[in-house]
Design a protein around this ligand. Sequence first.
Ligand SMILES: [Zn+2]
Length: 308
Amino acid sequence: MARLLFLCAAVFLSGCAAHQPGSPLPLASDGQVAEAEAAPLADMAAEAHWNDPFPPFKVIGNIYYVGTTGVSSWLITTPRGHFLLDGGLPQTPPQIIANIQTLGFDIRDVKYLLNSHAHFDHAGGLAALQKATGATLAASAADRGVLETGRVGYGPTSDISVPPVRVGRIVRDGDRLSLGSVSLIAHLTPGHTPGCTSWSVDVRGDDGALHHAFFHCSTTTGGQTLVPESYPGMIADYRATFAYMRKVDADIFLANHANFFDLADKRARQLAGDAGAFVDPAALQEFNAQSEQEFNAQLARERDASSR
Ligand SMILES: [Zn+2]
């Protein structure tokens, strides 16, 4: 019994994945969430001003920006409840909740929580948001363990732990999550993390035109090494995802860091009267081509360095 208690305590404290299959780890406690919210920002987040506030706004149709200056969170609304994509940093949820309220929506109407990938800057706030919404978190199987333990275990964020969250639904490539007539499509785009998941949705602009919006998970390496691979199979995952992206046709490119899709610039143009500021049929392919070029350059550099 003492041994069992010790094991349970060890699992809780370390967030390790040594629990029995079929017995999910618990959602973070209120105390863990409060402590994470009050903690100082990680250096990389503070230096890049990732958690500075950004006024929430309607992007187009039923898509709203509710994130910060540096890290995106997206609200996709429907009369049957809402989708909320990404939870920001552990310190971000009060801003996301206030932003949703400012836009006139009720956080309790969020039915699905989604995550682009299980890194601290996009998954850190999910536990707090799950508590505030009671929503089901949908994620791909390959990122589930990190979400449910709050620890990545590899790469430059491996020493950062975040409040663990519960995954209620596993999605595969092409799966649709629907609320009424609005469906979000999951695109498994691994590389940046093993479970990196992009999402897309049809959206109608105020002029009645139909668009396809793509929420990119990220194909940057984000400070992770390719030689050696930060996780086994990473290089093959990136290559498959670059090829996958070449076949995606979307005219609204959105992503989880503001600088990936020029948030401030596009929002300024929108405020100046350009209703189509976020419509750009070339942006996704440009981002993909640039990421692939940077990936290949990093891989060549690291292979060269490792062979010396
Ligand atoms: Zn990341």
